[in-house]
Design a protein around this ligand. Structure first.
Ligand code: SF4
Length: 325
């Protein structure tokens, strides 16, 4: 038997209630942002979580860290049921579970120096104060490829890529075990994206980190992920190791996402699968397979029966009637 996963997510659900009425407010519906998501991540592994905006991937990341509370489901971290922890226990556990946000500018307090931004979690968790904290901040700046004198500067004095490095240093400060990377390179120029991804990979090797890497584009997670989960409208529709996903995608949605990635080799061509229509509303997701309104190979059964999320062989999980017959 292999080692237990570091993180296990079971049937996670987040429905944001919609209320109507000013004086007497009552719930009239719910945004089904995350609707029964399950996966696990092993120690030292990177799981890529990919899907179009609004599919629930960032909400999933926030639910795991309890930055927002789940409607139902379970999240296990090192054998602890996170969703059942008291506030104080959760505060302690946050040391092990950090997040890097998409917009490095919005997530860094513009009135604080970089030294204070990176040093804050050290202080909050009682890890280091005074000179010891300053020394640790200088070390962290160097680890992420910045200089120790940058500690005295303010976020606006840095480029987007450098600001993301500050975000990484802040997340690393408390020696976490897992980092939720929530679209950490989406706001950066393509040339800078690779630098930040390489940095995250180097740090993973050096510190044995585990990542949940969230992105809206399959090309971004290809380099860094060991396995990839594809999300559509609140559910995971395909989950497998990187090679299987990129070489042999099984779900029509994954195939469409992959077809949108340009190929560097001019001799190779790939037929572009254009996804018709918009993503349906998560308030009223389509019955049956949620993807059927945009799927070019949908059958009658897809309109009324939800496909099971099942192993199509070798741990390649997919939710599609055409694959799991
Ligand atoms: Fe398309 Fe049907 Fe498969 Fe859904 S279950 S992805 S609609 S073929």
């Amino acid at each position: 038997m292999g080692a237990a996963p570091l993180l296990e997510v079971k049937d996670l659900v987040k429905h944001f209630p919609i209320h109507k009425g000013f004086i007497i407010s009552k719930q009239v519906g719910a945004v089904k942002a995350v609707d029964g998501v399950s996966f696990s991540i092993d120690r030292g592994e990177t799981l890529g979580l990919v899907g179009e905006s609004g599919c629930g991937k960032s909400t999933t990341g926030r639910l795991i860290l309890r930055l927002i509370e789940a409607t139902s489901g379970q999240v296990w971290f090192e054998g602890k049921s996170i969703l059942d922890l008291e506030r104080e226990e959760m505060r302690e556990l946050r040391r092990d579970m950090q997040i890097i946000f998409q917009d490095p500018y919005a997530s860094l307090n513009p009135r604080m120096t970089v030294g204070d931004i990176i040093g804050e979690p050290l202080q909050i968790h009682g890890i280091a104060r005074g000179q010891e904290k300053d020394k640790r901040v200088r070390e962290l700046l160097e680890v992420v490829g910045l200089a120790s004198y940058h500690a005295r500067r303010y976020p606006h004095e840095f480029s987007g890529g450098q600001r993301q490095r500050i975000g990484v240093a802040r997340a690393l400060a408390v020696n976490p075990k897992i980092i939720v990377c929530d679209e950490p390179v989406s706001a950066l120029d393509v040339s800078i994206q690779a630098q930040v991804i390489n940095l995250l990979q180097d740090l993973q090797e050096e510190y044995g980190l585990t990542y949940l890497f969230i992105a809206h584009d399959l090309s971004v997670v290809k380099h860094i992920s060991d396995r990839v989960a594809v999300m559509y409208l609140g559910k995971i529709v395909e989950l497998t190791d990187k090679e299987s996903l990129y070489d042999n995608p099984l779900h029509p949605y994954t195939k469409a996402l992959l077809s949108a990635i340009p190929i560097a080799d001019p001799i190779l061509t790939r037929e572009r699968i254009i996804l018709e229509g918009d993503v349906p509303s998560p308030i009223n997701p389509p019955l049956g397979c949620r993807f059927h309104t945009r799927c070019s190979v949908a059958k009658e059964i897809c309109r009324h029966e939800e496909p099971a999320f099942a192993d199509a062989g070798g741990g390649h999980f997919v939710a599609c009637h055409l694959v799991n017959k």
